[in-house]
Design a protein around this ligand. Sequence first.
Ligand code: HEM
Length: 662
Amino acid sequence: MRGMPSPSPLPRLLGGWGAPVLMFVIALVVAVPAAALSGATTPVVLGDAGAVVRWGLPLVGILHDLAAALTIGLLFVAAFLVPEGPSSDRRGTAARAAVGSAAVWLVTVVVGWYLSFGELAGVPPNTPGYLGDLWAATWQLEFTRLMAIEAIAVAVLLPLAAWARTKTALAWAAVLALASLAPAAYSGHSAGTVGHETAVTALGLHLVGLSVWVGGLLAIGLLLPILGPALPITVQRFSTVAGWAFAMVAVSGVLFASVTIGSPTRLGTSYGIIVLLKVGLLLLLGVAGYLQRRAIVARGVDSPRRFAWMASGELVLMSLAVGLGVVLTRTPPPQSIPKDRDIALSLTGFPMPQPWDWGQMLTAWRVDWLFAFAALTAVGLYAWGVWRLRRRGDSWPWWRLLVWVLGWGLLVYVTNGGPGVYGKVMFSIHMVEHIALMMAVPILLVPAQPITLALRALPKRRDKTLGPRELLLAVVHSRWATFFVNPIVAGTMFFASLVAFYWSGLLDWALTTHTGHVAMVVHFSITGYAFVWALIGRDPGPPKWQAPFRMLVLIATLAAHAFFGLALMQGAWLLAPEFYKTLAVPWVPDLLVDQQLGGAIAWGIGEAPTLVLMMLVAVDWMQRDSRESIRYDRKAARDDEAELRAYNARLQQLATHDRRST
Ligand code: HEM
């Protein structure tokens, strides 16, 4: 088996560019009739841009998704899954191949950008002045702007993939490749639909899941000729990743379909039928995956031939799903855009909620799937870690699991419940959301010591590859982490974020765009976590400052925070005036009063968690002191008070010296 040419042609087909090309052909074979039947190639309202555009776009779409998936798969497998042999150059081969697929990816984005303008404008590309108009409109139109951003990201990825050879460099290239999918998540049907945020989250997760899954399998196939003894462990590790990707693709696909289809009664539409076909393909993939996993776990994959047989059936099913998926993005969804879009829907992406009252504050709910999924995953992984420790007989305090669940529960309430719903239309409630994310949630999460648990629960890799545990250690001990959890830096970030966010256009951006909203929640949560960690964190990381200095930083930040609240309470100028005036929330007659209430909340509510932090720093101070004195006493007992005796001897010496010199 090892390196010997196998009799079957399959490993050779998989081991080259044959497999991605074959996938493209199979996807095309299913996409053409599906597109013709589903209306995906019917001219749009504005005008017919011609057959080249109508048929070119799905074709380029398939090539785009496959090239993106292969690039991501190659970088992911090289950075995280495949061990490097003494004389092998598996990572280099993967990176070089990724340059090739990234180049194809870039070309598809540019061609997609060129053809899409025709569809948007309803004019064929051979129209005089087409290129000039396209150039002029690129940043004006959201669709072409998104494609331009993706083109720039992939253009940056190309040299990075060409240069990257170490695990870390390949890991960064894989991160950039995954991030380059973000613009695509904002385009297509997720752009227009009601529940825009849900659609973007769903398509984003769908693209990430299928790219790692399809791309990873293709990448292992492409590296097959040089994997040799590394094949079994690489496939075993990929099989775990594939399990996660399967779940991600399934959940995100159904979530997206729930937005675009709206009700099961519409499953009979061409859009609905394609979705059902895809569900069928995913179930088949699930069965194939399950059988393989059993075979892999039972016997391991000991030959390229065996892997090739296992993978090719899956790749055929995936090609069909990719072909149908791209057609789906171009098939008119049955759920139409409501004509009477109230102003809140146009500005925030959501309809105006019921008039605010405490009942609504406690019961209003609008699922923000991104943060709901994040919370579910975080709690699930933490519980898995505790279970692993307990199963091998190690202890882990239950109260830590409790505060972890409470912390994420609070984050879900703040982003999905009343604060999340009313924070989009009322400044005062937005401030509740902000303070809770920055202070209350981290005060619950930090004491749960998730990093300590992860490092104890996650298995160590013994072949110098970057597994989850190694990745976590690399992050925790990185210079960046050391910099950001430095109390001064964390305190400054904490306060500067407030000033920068409210006295620049960032508030507007966060209130009117999905990206802005996600960036706000993520930034406030991380800044708050770093600040609280710098004060009371006990996870492995940079050495802690002495408690008195931490207390000083806390008091200084507290004062700055109070100043911020007061400035808002006294301020006579409106923040995000256009947004709030246009929104004209019926139950907020005076916007300035609501803003000043926001200032009072920032000051008032902000103080409570700060007082808790002060107490926790004081407790930590006392505990460290008592640990220090216990350590000192034990040492004194062990070495018969050597330190004290040395000190006294020194004093004796000084006294004698003084006596002599006088
Ligand atoms: C439960 C099974 C699945 C469901 C419900 C589902 C649903 C969807 C939906 C609703 C879309 C977006 C269509 C739009 O823009 O309106 C989509 C896109 C897509 N899906 Fe799936 N899907 C499923 C499984 C899969 C699988 C297994 C694959 C491939 C391995 C796949 C590949 C794709 C691709 C490539 C796109 C197009 C993404 C783009 O270019 O924007 N899907 N899917």
